[in-house]
Design a protein around this ligand. Structure first.
Ligand code: ZN
Length: 188
């Protein structure tokens, strides 16, 4: 995040502190505006990342066309309705085509690229799935997210508990047997 952005955010946080009846110059609050600006910079660092680039290095696997699954990739995201954190795990499965396979660590980076933005969980799920569909052109892809939202916990709605979303594309959506295999793997 650029210095000008950081300063704008820090100034705004100072205004918020004043509105909360606080004295922003007192010892413990003095550096809070800069800290919040830095944290928001980290939570939105995904805007500077390019999913096409992350998925650009593929390798061929001539004899593998079965489902590949990466489970429980931890993520932290920022709910755009309240600017509060939601966090959870992503599970990604795909069936490669044209032997186009990516290293498993790429999925962690892909999730991070979209999670570190202002988000809603449904869109985050869809964006991950569509990026894989677009850049790897697999036979099918399935993405399942489980997350707990601090905005819900604070307001007492569904106090504890996970929100589950999924997005299935291609064979993962259209082929009953493949979809069942995906669901069995993610619930295992
Ligand atoms: Zn929220």
């Amino acid at each position: 995040m650029e210095e000008l952005q950081q300063r704008l955010i820090a100034d705004s946080v100072k205004t918020i502190l004043v509105a909360l009846g606080q004295e922003p110059e007192r010892d413990d609050l003095q550096r809070t505006p800069e800290r919040v600006a830095k944290a928001l910079g980290e939570l939105t660092s995904g805007y500077a990342q390019d999913p096409a680039l992350i998925l650009s290095t593929t390798f061929e696997s001539r004899d593998y066309d079965e489902m590949i699954i990466v489970k429980d990739i931890a993520f932290t995201s920022l709910c755009e309705h309240h600017l509060l954190v939601f966090e959870g795990t992503a599970t990604i499965a795909y069936i490669p085509s044209q032997q186009r396979i990516v290293g498993l660590s790429k999925f962690a980076r892909l999730v991070e690229c979209f999670a570190r933005r202002l988000q809603v969980q449904e869109r985050l799920t869809t964006q991950i799935a569509r990026a894989i569909q677009q850049h790897l052109q697999p036979q099918g892809v399935g993405v399942l997210l489980k997350a707990s939202h601090s905005c819900m916990a604070i307001r007492g709605i569904r106090k504890s508990g996970l929100t589950v979303t999924n997005c299935l594309l291609g064979a993962m959506r259209d082929d009953d047997k493949t979809r069942a295999e995906f669901m069995a793997l993610v619930n295992h």
